[in-house]
Design a protein around this ligand. Structure first.
Ligand SMILES: Nc1nc2c(c(=O)[nH]1)N(C=O)[C@@H](CNc1ccc(C(=O)N[C@@H](CCC(=O)O)C(=O)O)cc1)CN2
Ligand SMILES: Nc1nc2c(ncn2[C@@H]2O[C@H](COP(=O)(O)OP(=O)(O)OP(=O)(O)O)[C@@H](O)[C@H]2O)c(=O)[nH]1
Ligand SMILES: [Mg+2]
Length: 442
């Protein structure tokens, strides 16, 4: 990605009411002026003023954002054209024929990073904002974009740099018994503790970014699809009184207790001679294996409780919550005690669903009512935090023994590693990996 190129891409999904083409680069203004025409040119009007003109024969609005006061930090021109694939394609063709090349995925945000508009953690947050699957995930991404995590890492980076300087200052006077500043090893350990506090947010970070994989499993007719429909608030799956109604897995996205959830309803598990049903059951098994949380439904009203329990015992399910369903049909029935979290519900009346959601959240994030975290790191951050935190106890110990060279080397490594998180020092392939996951136009 050459940062001096002029790049362009649709910034909106094609097919909406308006398509915005975004141009960024040193010649964005000139190229925009070749494609978009009006009585007053973009160069004449004050920047960030929306003007009406034409792209070819079609009316289109345009705005110029002068470097460095733009999203990318380059000169940016946006052309707001009529929506629809044909209009957008024509305008894009003109732009590409007039000196821009097509932007790669994430390239606008990459430029913002290179131009110092965003650090790497904030650039990742742009991706999180776009892919957020729940209100809580969205709010976390907004905080991270605003710099909540960046500023904490920045503070740690500065402290590590001071500590490194302190250790290295002793190297210049090897023969002197230079008294080292009070409290340096304690400060190193304090940084390690703060890194560990950040590391502890990895779980909730993964849950909010990736969503929880929740699978509903059980014997045929236990009420799995009824529960799916209730959780979604719509009749997504077919429900009948005939065992074996659901033959294939059904997937849906939803939000439970503020957590983004990928929900899978499965075909009821039993041995069957029907080859189609067998394939469905095989899929159910695979879904259960990949689950983070499993609702294992048991029909509390049936006369085959032993069979229900035997089937559950046969299938080790991650994060399993046993769910006695159809409570409305058997309100007084004495049910066997089970190992692990157990909830009683009626998918039909909705009774017990709140308790089920509490149990779900406890299984997913260890608390029935998750709160929005101040910050939450992602897998990349966690890997680097762990690496940095691992170096610090030894660095503190070396410092205490007067082994300042070793202490300094380790502090330098830790500094470098924390710097990688915010993008102060970073390998090109890491950048590629981050930005290529964005959509084109972002
Ligand atoms: N039309 C349009 N809408 C958009 C964007 C955009 O680029 N274009 N954005 C993104 O895709 C998001 C908004 N993010 C933005 C962030 C910074 C700047 C910007 O011009 N920053 C300058 C000026 C700051 C200021 O005036 O306070 C800067 O940082 O120097 C623009 C958009 C969402 N909506
Ligand atoms: N009374 C009562 N009936 C329920 C309840 N939950 C489900 N049912 C009924 O039980 C039958 C089976 O429900 P489904 O949701 O299709 O069951 P399933 O587990 O998806 O069944 P398969 O797809 O065949 O594996 C239907 O007639 C539902 O109306 C409940 O809580 N109370
Ligand atoms: Mg079903």
């Amino acid at each position: 990605m050459n940062t001096f190129d002029n790049i362009a891409a649709p910034a909106t999904g094609i097919g909406g009411a308006i398509t915005i083409l975004r141009l960024s680069g040193p010649d964005a203004l000139a190229i925009g002026g070749r494609v978009w025409r009006s009585r007053t040119s973009l160069a004449e009007a004050p920047p960030r003023t929306m003007l009406l003109g034409k792209v070819g024969p079609d009316p289109a609005l345009a705005v110029y954002m002068k470097a460095p006061a733009s999203y990318t930090g380059d000169d940016v021109v946006e052309l707001h054209c009529h929506g629809g694939a044909a209009a957008a394609e024509q305008a894009l063709k003109l732009v590409l024929a007039s000196g821009c090349r097509m932007a790669e995925p994430g390239e606008f945000t990459f430029r913002a990073f290179v131009n110092g508009k965003l650090d790497l953690v904030q650039a990742e947050a742009v991706g999180d904002v776009i892919s957020a699957g729940s209100d809580m995930a969205f709010k976390l991404a907004e905080k991270q974009l605003a710099g909540a995590l960046s500023s904490r890492l920045e503070t740690l980076y500065e402290e590590l740099n001071n500590l490194r300087a302190e250790a290295e200052s002793h190297l210049d006077f090897p023969d002197e018994e230079l008294a080292w500043e009070e409290g340096v090893p304690e400060r190193i350990r304090a940084v390690a503790n703060e890194l560990k506090r950040l590391l502890a947010t990895r779980g909730i970070g993964a849950t909010l970014r990736d969503g929880v994989n929740l699978v509903i499993a059980g014997r045929p007719n236990a009420g799995k699809s009824s529960l799916l429909n209730r959780l979604l608030g719509m009749e997504r799956a077919i429900v009948t009184s005939i065992p074996g109604t659901t033959r294939d897995t059904i997937e849906a996205s939803t939000v439970l207790r503020g957590l983004p959830v990928r929900l899978t309803d499965t075909a009821g598990i039993r041995s069957s001679s029907d080859p189609i049903e067998q394939l469905g059951v095989e899929r159910s098994r695979r879904s259960i294996e990949g689950a983070q949380v499993t609702f294992w439904l048991l029909d509390a009203s049936g006369d085959e409780l032993d069979l229900e329990l035997a089937e559950m015992a046969r299938h080790p399910a991650p994060g399993r919550i046993a769910v006695w369903n159809k409570l409305d049909l058997a309100p007084q029935r004495a049910l066997p005690e089970l190992d692990g979290p157990t909830v009683r519900i009626s998918a039909k009346t909705g009774e017990g669903i709140e308790k089920l959601l509490d149990a779900f959240a406890r299984e997913a994030v260890d608390t029935p009512r998750p709160e929005l975290p101040e910050v939450a790191v992602n897998a990349r951050h966690a890997r680097l935090l762990e690496e940095a935190a691992g170096l610090l106890p030894d660095a503190a110990a070396h410092f205490e023994c007067g082994e300042f060279e070793l202490a300094g080397l380790m502090l330098r490594d830790a500094l470098h590693t924390v710097g990688e998180i915010i993008g102060k020092t970073v390998e090109p392939d890491i950048l590629d990996n981050i930005f290529s996951r964005f959509c084109i136009g972002k």
